[in-house]
Design a protein around this ligand. Structure first.
Ligand SMILES: C[S@@+](CC[C@H](N)C(=O)[O-])C[C@H]1O[C@@H](n2cnc3c(N)ncnc32)[C@H](O)[C@@H]1O
Ligand code: SF4
Length: 392
């Protein structure tokens, strides 16, 4: 967001998120709301997604949708007909921005040329492929069902089928040296379509990897080594013309994910499907919505009540400030002063504790200008600690 440009909620974009909760297998590191099922009644799911979409459109129908995101789970397992029906419904319920971004997350195991073509014909114009690693041993360690050759094939088809493409890699894996990561990232850059999501492996509660780490099977690289990989990654991507616009996301200018920018700018979005979250500003109040998480409970609720909203709460002023700060400091652009005013009714200095703020600025982790509050690269590299020190 350029200084002087409006930072109203609408200027931050208005997104629609659709969650598809099924995968062919559960990856051992993943704590997303994803489930394996023998059979899925696609027609029934299609109807339920359309029903819940209509429910939320009832409250937000006058707005202009700037992005639609099919996330998961593995949305590339959806019937292209279902994707088409959701896209048509979005066009029917809301005005669509002329450059409406429609992203679908795809797994290399369901990325056949015919499927991708059908998604494009349905209106998808951006694909985000879960490559994770470019060598077979690592893919096996990560429990992925695809080979490196299949990932390359998915990237080739993705690149020729869609206007825009991104892919995900997981790094800072056990035993991964800087030299190995450098070689892998060079290959990734050569294959990149202008956007890369590079995540450091995290051990999430409740996952198989958590049990394996507890058993002593493997451990993550020490924090210092992780930081070396992170810093080198940021430098190399910047040099390659894809600066990190967010902690884990790198893009050629203009190729940023508009949908995710709306989240990080604390804009509004509708979330439909199991476990989906939404944030809606209605009459100046910010509402947090969350749908039933279990696929079957979600389906039954939608069929019975027209939606499966599990939680709908107003975000209280303190939480509104901390959500906005937690999201906004992830971005290289930081948080404009005008957003502090519109979200909290206060200036940046008045909204935050001055002593904590000063300490973090003097430590080189934050900068504050008349215009905006920004985390420095050093601050973004250890954002959890910075947020703890700023907001606790
Ligand atoms: C919903 S998944 C993407 C699409 C698709 N399900 C797939 O995996 O191919 C989102 C991304 O989050 C990343 N991710 C998930 N769990 C992670 C973890 N524990 N550590 C690091 N990255 C993780 C992966 O890169 C994954 O592609
Ligand atoms: S990483 Fe992707 S494919 Fe693997 S379980 Fe999670 S959502 Fe499913």
């Amino acid at each position: 967001m350029v200084s002087g440009v409006s930072d109203s909620t609408d200027a931050r974009g208005f997104g629609v998120y659709v969650h598809w909760p099924f995968c062919l297998a559960k990856c051992p590191y993943c704590d997303f709301n994803s489930h394996v099922r023998d059979a899925i009644d696609q027609k029934r799911w299609r109807q339920a997604l359309l029903t819940e979409l209509a429910h939320y459109a009832g409250e937000t129908g006058g707005r202009t949708v700037t992005s639609l995101f099919f996330g998961g789970g593995t949305p590339s397992l959806m019937d292209p007909e279902t994707v088409a029906a959701v896209i048509d419904a979005v066009h029917g319920h809301w005005r669509a921005a002329p450059d409406l971004e429609i992203t679908l997350e795809a797994n290399p195991t369901s990325s056949e040329a015919g499927r991708f073509r059908a998604f494009r014909e349905a209106g998808v114009n951006r694909v985000s492929i879960g490559v994770q690693a470019l060598d077979d041993r690592m893919l096996q360690f990560l429990g992925r069902k695809h080979s490196a050759a299949e990932a390359l094939r998915a990237l080739e088809i993705g690149g020729t089928t869609f206007d825009r493409m991104s892919f995900d890699l997981i790094y800072a894996r056990p035993g991964q040296s800087l030299r190995q990561w450098q070689a892998e990232l060079e290959r990734a850059l050569a294959l990149s379509g202008g956007h890369l999501s590079l995540y450091q492996l995290t051990i999430e509660p409740g996952t198989v990897f958590e049990q394996r780490v507890a058993r002593g099977d493997f451990q993550l690289p020490p924090e210092h080594d992780q930081a070396v990989l992170f810093d080198w990654t940021a430098e190399r991507l910047e040099q390659a013309g894809l600066p990190g616009y967010e902690i884990s996301n790198h893009a050629r200018p203009g190729e940023e994910s508009r949908h995710n920018l709306t989240y990080w700018r604390y804009g509004d979005y509708v979330g439909v499907g199991p476990g989906a979250h939404g944030r809606l500003t209605l009459d100046g109040h910010k509402l947090a919505t969350r749908q039933h998480r279990a696929p079957e409970a979600w389906l039954e609720n939608v069929e019975r009540a027209g939606h499966a909203t599990r939680q709908r709460l107003e975000v209280e002023p303190d939480a509104r400030l901390s959500e906005m700060v937690m999201m906004g400091l992830r971005l290289a652009e930081g948080i404009p002063a005008s957003r502090f005013r519109s979200e909290t009714g206060m200036t940046t200095e008045a909204a935050l504790d001055p002593v904590r703020l000063r300490r973090l600025i003097e430590g080189g982790f934050l900068t504050l200008s008349e215009d905006r509050l920004t985390a420095t690269p050093a601050g973004r590299a250890r954002l959890d600690a910075v947020l703890g020190a700023l907001l606790a």
